[in-house]
Design a protein around this ligand. Structure first.
Ligand code: CU
Length: 269
């Protein structure tokens, strides 16, 4: 029985470790400036925790087998454990977790601080609602028009969904779309808002993930580095239609971006 348990524990450990080593289900190729840094932090965490996991599970299997019951086994003795050992592994675990968190917090902060993105950054506002994403561009004046909670009507879609106040002169050139277009190799200044509940804008390829919280305007900035189409998902369970909150980011050349935005402006007039 001891040997069977050892084999089972080791087998589960090795099979599950294999999928991580072989990268069976892995992240898409990174397409943003911070992707290298984030992936490095991610890999470091996985390698360190993987070593601890494999060592712990292999020892567990070994101990289950070594202390199995045999006809000559001595009677069971209970102990209160080893205080010195417990202090050592608790301290090591604390150092590991706090250390990884401190390292990770720098990557996290790099997309959120400084609070203001560079002045030449491309401004985009993403608004999550049950159950769609809308994206707003401030247009040639570079200013988002006012929005009002009382004007928000998700069932109407587009401008009405985000509550655009059309009496504001700055609203004339605000473009609201259901698909996000971004120019490649430009810093993007993203404002993230929500109409109803907490949503989460997740673009795995851009290594971008941030909650959208009602009542807050959350700023983040990032730089897409490869032309392509990337999937957006809502990563916060936000209701029955959560699975429908799917969208696309089109990262295009500056030229294509300008053309696309000009076409949207023309449609609006
Ligand atoms: Cu959602």
């Amino acid at each position: 029985m001891g040997l069977a348990l050892l084999a089972l524990i080791w087998l589960i450990t090795l099979i599950s470790t294999y999928f991580f080593v072989a990268k069976t289900w892995w992240l898409p190729v990174g397409a943003s400036a911070a992707a290298g840094w984030i992936d490095h932090q991610f890999a470091l965490t996985f390698v360190i925790m993987g070593i601890v996991f494999v060592a712990a599970q292999l020892s567990l299997g070994y101990i289950v087998w070594k202390y199995r019951e045999t006809p000559s086994s001595p009677p069971v003795s209970y102990s209160h454990g080893n205080t010195k050992l417990e202090i050592i592994w608790t301290a090591l675990t604390t150092i590991l977790f706090v250390g990884l968190n401190l390292m990770g917090s720098q990557v996290w902060a790099s997309q959120r601080y400084p609070y203001e993105a560079p002045p030449d950054a491309v401004k985009v506002e993403a608004t999550g609602m049950q159950f769609a994403w809308y994206f707003r561009y401030p247009g040639p004046d570079g200013t988002y028009a006012k929005t009002k909670a009382s004007l928000m009507d998700p069932s109407a879609g587009g401008e009405a969904a985000v509550g655009l106040d059309t009496t504001d002169p700055a609203a004339k050139d605000d473009v609201v779309t259901g698909t996000m277009y971004l120019p490649v190799n430009r810093e993007i200044d993203l404002s993230l808002r929500s109409v109803d509940v907490i949503h989460d804008l997740f673009v795995p390829a851009l290594r971008f993930k941030q909650d959208a919280v009602p009542g807050l305007n959350i700023h983040m900035h990032f730089k897409p580095t490869a032309i392509g189409e990337y999937e957006i998902a809502c990563a916060e369970l936000c209701g029955l239609g959560h699975y429908k909150m799917h969208g696309m980011v089109h990262v295009v050349s500056q030229e294509d971006f300008d053309k696309w935005l000009a076409a949207r402006e023309a449609e609006k007039q």
